[in-house]
Design a protein. Structure first.
Length: 175
């Protein structure tokens, strides 16, 4: 008789019912462990399926439809401008990053590649910025007016190219 087998306290013999109960408990644990593993593997497989699958063709068609409806837009970017403002009685500075939105991406690419045209645009914007005062450009109306003035000045320089918007990605007035 070994120490592991359950014994009956009355006669000291091995109890078969206790032995069977122990075997059933071990099998139940095994089934629970296998069940948990199946659920985990199934969940992992489902997660992998949903994260790695391609988007539905309807979404591709909708994205392609948007591209066809909207005309191509190009962006002309400039290095940040740092200018002295025209404030009387004090030196104030403006740091601003300007981007121009034009109707056609090819036109934007052509302007970006032409250093002479970029320098003309930059000089025109720079001249306009140095005439501004801090009191005027810190208001929302002042910024909107500045955008409009930049668009008009740039349109004269670019002549056949239409500028649809002027964006400021950085706008800091130092007092």
């Amino acid at each position: 008789m070994s120490d592991k087998e359950p014994t009956d306290p009355k006669d000291g013999k091995t109890d078969p019912a206790a032995k069977n109960a122990k075997k059933k408990g071990g099998k139940a644990k095994l089934f629970v462990i296998i069940g948990v593993l199946v659920v985990l593997l199934g969940g992992g497989g489902a997660a992998a399926y949903f994260t790695m699958r391609k988007p539905a063709p309807a979404a591709d068609a909708a994205a392609e439809h948007e591209k066809v409806e909207k005309p191509g837009t190009g962006i002309i970017s400039f290095e940040p401008f740092v200018v002295n403002l025209a404030d009387p009685g004090g030196q104030r500075f403006l740091r601003i990053s300007v981007r121009l939105i034009v109707a056609d991406e090819e036109e934007a690419k052509h302007v970006d590649e032409s250093k002479a045209q970029l320098m003309r645009l930059r000089a025109g914007i720079l001249e306009l910025l140095t005439t501004q005062t801090s009191d005027h450009i810190i208001t929302a109306e002042g910024k909107a007016a500045l955008k409009k003035e930049i668009a008009e000045r740039v349109a004269k320089i670019l002549e056949p190219i239409e500028v649809s918007d002027v964006l400021f990605s950085d706008f800091v007035v130092q007092y």
